[in-house]
Design a protein around this ligand. Structure first.
Ligand code: IMP
Ligand code: MG
Length: 182
């Protein structure tokens, strides 16, 4: 048997296993399909953290859908929210009259989402909803409302399934947490 390398030995501990994520993502897709019936969804993937969740989820949404990508960076390489949001890639299409769903990886303080909702409302969508894979309810500092939530989690810093720490661990198929890092 091959020896484990340092990366494999220090992998994050499992918080939400792959099978649980996959079945929840399928449920969310079915719920969104039911809610929107044949209405066309403008699905906005908030980069980078949401790209894995987004690409899995849209394959379970059975209604006409167009994909848009919005690049945001809010943390730099730190584990705490700076409250500052930088747009690194803007949308290509107007949202005027569209049924828009924003897909986020994690809502923590809610500051990023609050910023997004404010800026999107001014673009006059017909409807605007939010879907987040993870919600850290105890960390919320704003009263933003989420329409679809995959899992509520505690305050721990998580990685995997698209979510990073200093750009690492996005490729893990599960949601994990890192021990002894602050
Ligand atoms: P908020 O503005 O505090 O709600 O932070 C939202 C963004 O911060 C998320 O979309 C993530 O990109 C990032 N974030 C929040 N918590 C974590 C975490 O536990 N791990 C990795 N990124 C996180
Ligand atoms: Mg994010």
């Amino acid at each position: 048997m091959s020896q484990e390398n340092e990366y494999q030995m220090n992998l994050p501990k499992v918080l939400i296993p792959e099978v649980k994520i996959q079945s929840r993502v399928k449920e969310l897709g079915e719920q969104i399909t039911q809610d929107y019936q044949d209405r066309e969804i403008t699905a906005i993937c908030v980069l980078k953290g949401s790209f894995v969740f987004f690409s899995d989820l849209i394959r379970h949404i059975d209604t006409p859908l167009s994909c848009e990508f919005l690049g945001l960076s809010s943390y730099g390489n730190k584990m705490v929210s700076s409250g500052e949001v930088k747009v690194t890639l803007d949308l290509n299409e107007p949202l005027d009259g569209k049924d828009v769903i924003i897909f986020e990886d994690i809502v923590d303080s809610g500051l990023t989402l609050e910023y997004l909702l404010k800026s999107f409302v001014t673009r006059n969508p017909r409807s605007l909803r939010v879907c987040s894979l993870l919600l850290k309810k105890e960390c919320l500092k704003t009263d933003v409302e989420l329409d679809y939530v995959g899992f509520e989690i505690g305050k721990e810093f998580v990685v995997g399934y698209g979510v990073d720490y200093a750009e690492k661990y996005r490729g893990l198929p599960y949601i994990g947490y890192i021990e002894n890092e602050h």
